[in-house]
Design a binder for this molecule. Structure first.
Ligand SMILES: Cc1cc2nc3c(=O)[nH]c(=O)nc-3n(C[C@H](O)[C@H](O)[C@H](O)COP(=O)(O)OP(=O)(O)OC[C@H]3O[C@@H](n4cnc5c(N)ncnc54)[C@H](O)[C@@H]3O)c2cc1C
Length: 356
């Protein structure tokens, strides 16, 4: 009989690799990914607080810039500047992913690229997993295959419907390297916001996320913020799925990271929640393999319920804020910003954007 792996992880993104890294020393772990190369193409602004380094274990060598405040712009252009509670970092996301993957391989995990997960069949003692390179067997399967997760689809663990399309270019201009920018308004970026994250004083990641026509809104925003003619590098586009998933486990199966929509609904950031959940997923898999319990109830109690204990409220709170901004007409936002400008000193240093 061919080998039965203890754990197969679909997706060699940072979250799948983190789960693998935590289990590789004690179990037979295989990660498969459909891409050719880890970290490419980048689908991220690479912008998080320093918590990202504690959670990921990635070295600060990947940092490009430190940001200490955010400028919030109303639809009519009123600016409110808020100092962050903790510093934020702009980092090289490709190097970030590669560093986690390297650590994962060091912990005896095999990573097979160009291997596309197609479907699975449940057998009594294991799962039979179909890929473009044939069938492989595993006791457990972790779906860490991102916002368009195939694992979620074929296992009937449906992801939430809220889906934004992000579009970003790194643009040469003149920036304040210590400030990020968030631009709101129905004409700027309906349903979300446009953002500017500086790599230094002359290059910044400029992006929008919308439910439709992201390129149209991106071009419009860049024309307003920077101008018609500009030099750019690194086109990025990707999906942002958010909301509270109903079920993230089934017999022998767990979803983690973007695949489980462990994403902040207000900002669209997925790395912090995903890495927090990766630890819980790894502990649950460890327990499951140790005790030989692979059933839905066991995985729900040890993973599904556990990560929701930690993130249910932050996700619901973020959804509430997101819905408010989605439904708020520009004139109310303008009024709110006008009022907020006078209250800025009260919030100074209190806002923890990382938790939004
Ligand atoms: C424009 C944009 C900007 C963003 N900026 C930020 C930010 O600044 N900060 C932040 O925290 N988050 C940000 N995010 C979100 C962040 O990129 C994700 O939350 C993060 O990448 C999730 O990691 P993951 O490992 O769960 O999934 P992913 O990084 O998406 O990795 C999933 C992996 O699964 C693989 N895969 C998919 N399907 C299959 C299959 N069938 N078979 C095999 N392999 C498969 C993919 O190739 C991929 O490598 C941004 C997203 C976008 C779109």
């Amino acid at each position: 009989m061919s080998k039965v792996w203890d754990l197969i992880i679909v997706g060699a993104g940072p979250i799948g690799c983190k789960v693998g890294e935590l289990l590789g020393k004690d179990y037979d772990v295989l990660i498969i990914d459909r891409k050719k190369e880890i970290g490419k193409p980048v689908q991220c602004s690479g912008f998080n607080s320093e918590r990202i380094f504690e959670l990921s274990g990635v070295s600060k060598k990947v940092i490009l810039n430190k940001v200490i405040k955010s400028d919030f712009f109303s639809p009519s252009g009123t600016k409110i500047t808020l100092k962050s509670k903790i510093p934020f970092y702009v980092f090289d996301r490709e190097l970030f992913d590669k560093e986690i993957a390297k650590k994962t391989e060091k912990n005896n995990v095999e990573i097979r690229m160009k291997t596309d997960f197609k479907s699975l069949e449940k057998r009594k003692e294991y799962l039979e997993i179909k890929t473009n390179h044939g069938k492989i067997k595993s006791k457990l399967l972790v779906g860490a295959d991102g916002p368009g997760s195939t694992v979620s689809r074929v296992t009937e663990l449906p992801q939430p419907d809220n889906l934004l399309i992000g579009y970003q270019k790194t643009i040469k201009y003149s920036y304040n390297p210590t400030s990020s920018e968030l631009w709101f308004g129905d004409k700027v970026c309906p349903g979300f916001f446009a953002w500017v994250v500086p790599e230094n004083d002359e290059w910044a990641r400029v992006a929008v996320a919308t439910y439709r026509e992201p390129v149209k809104y991106f071009d419009k925003f860049v024309k307003k913020r920077i101008g018609k003619n500009y030099k750019s590098k690194d086109d990025v586009s990707g999906l942002i799925r958010f909301g509270l998933i109903k079920k993230s486990v089934d017999d022998r199966i767990l979803l983690v990271g973007d695949a489980a929509s462990q994403v902040k609904p207000f900002s669209g950031g997925g790395l912090i929640y995903g890495l927090m959940s990766a630890r819980i997923a790894a502990e649950a898999c460890d327990k499951s393999l140790n005790e030989g319990r692979y059933d839905y109830e066991f995985l729900k109690e040890n993973y599904g319920d556990e990560w929701k204990k930690m993130l249910r409220w932050p996700i619901l709170k973020g959804l509430g804020i997101r819905r408010f901004f989605d439904n708020c007409p520009d004139w109310i936002l303008n009024l709110g910003f006008g009022l907020g400008k006078h209250l800025t000193p009260i919030f100074e240093g209190l806002i923890d954007e990382d938790l939004l």
